[in-house]
Design a protein. Structure first.
Ligand code: FE2
Length: 353
């Protein structure tokens, strides 16, 4: 078929050669069948035309990836609409706070509460958050994501309704100090210089300074200040240890890191939850309060019991049991065989299917 403008691409077209971004990054390999989701990715990555093969295949719901199934659902369409309007409302609210104008924060919390479909499971909410990334990757979107993840965690931890709302507001405003930091630093694709990193790190203190004299719950202000502190004293700005970090900042730290993991700009077939768990395990669970991080990771892992996964050796099986000592390496049933990934460390889960 030859070269086709990205705006004219259709799901089902097959990519004829590797697609490389202007910054030399491979985003889609040759022979990949395009989907709506992938075409969106191409637009986001400023790819204007694509070399495609001669015939079109149809993406059926059976062979659609996990991520495509999420994004093609009615629930996701509604979520996406609410997300866009709430992202704008949050932007306005933050600007009002910064300019000492009235901001209706209670209404914002109510809107967040109504964002997720009635009856949606925690994992469905996480999947929608993850898939929303390709449409909105702003600081406001990140704050919305953190607020939504915090609400899910609040449910897991049986927090009171009042605490849940305060935690939600803490999530919405935790990065308000980033509003004053230039986009060149916030969106810099490469590694920050140490000077730039210092500017970036100043956002937690700046956020606290913006909020401190406002008529806002004290816990929201401290969450903005402390959400980069870590329980082992390795965080900033004050290298606080666990006892001196408030619960709300500890919960936001987990939601913040989880959201950062889903923010990779390169297309992935849906975030593998076991990869998330292993990244937390590698980073060091001692950075987080064990009461919260273990609940968080166990909930994520157990939600995928009975789901099919593809292993790195190509085999497909079913998650049958989570190993509490190595949460990222569950027991997998393949046919009649049980493969314990805790003992087969050279194999890992590559995909949820
Ligand atoms: Fe932050």
């Amino acid at each position: 078929m030859g070269i086709v403008y990205t705006k004219e691409l259709l799901p089902g077209m097959i990519v004829a050669s590797d697609i490389i971004t202007p910054s030399n990054q491979l985003i889609i390999a040759s022979n990949t069948t395009l989907t709506d989701f992938l075409i969106e990715q191409l637009k986001l990555n400023s790819i204007t035309e694509v070399d495609v093969k001669g015939h079109i295949t149809t993406v059926s719901s059976e062979n659609a990836s996990y991520s495509e199934k999420v994004t093609s659902s009615e629930n996701f369409r509604i979520f996406k609409e609410k997300f866009s309007s709430n992202s704008k409302q949050l932007e306005t609210a933050m600007s009002h706070i910064i300019n000492n104008q009235q901001a209706d924060l209670n209404d914002l919390v109510v809107q967040i509460n109504q964002m997720t479909p009635v009856g949606a499971t925690s994992i469905e909410i996480f999947d929608m958050i993850h898939n929303m990334r390709s449409f909105d990757d702003s600081t406001y979107a990140h704050c919305l994501n953190v607020a939504l993840i915090c609400r899910v965690m609040a449910g897991w931890l049986h927090l009171s309704d009042e605490d849940t709302d305060i935690l939600t507001l803490s999530g919405l405003l935790h990065d308000i100090g980033k509003v004053g930091i230039s986009d060149d630093i916030l969106n810099k694709p490469g590694k920050l210089t140490s000077e730039e990193f210092d500017i970036m790190k100043s956002h937690s203190q700046k956020g606290y300074d913006i909020l401190k004299n406002k008529n806002i719950d004290e816990r929201v202000k401290l969450a903005a200040l402390q959400h980069h502190e870590r329980c082992d004293g390795s965080g900033y700005p004050s290298t606080l240890h666990s006892d001196n970090i408030i619960k709300f900042a500890k919960l936001i730290a987990i939601a913040d890191v989880y959201d950062a993991m889903t923010s990779a700009r390169v297309y992935r077939k849906g975030l593998c939850p076991f990869k998330v768990i292993s990244i937390f395990e590698e980073e060091g669970l001692q950075k987080y309060d064990p009461k919260y991080i273990l609940t968080f990771l166990e909930r994520i892992g157990s939600a995928y019991i009975n789901n099919n996964v593809r292993l790195s050796d190509g085999r497909v099986g079913e998650v049958v049991m989570i190993n509490s000592n190595t949460l990222s390496r569950p027991m997998i049933k393949i046919g009649e065989e049980y493969v314990n990934l805790a003992k087969n460390v050279d194999i890992e889960i590559s995909d949820i299917i």
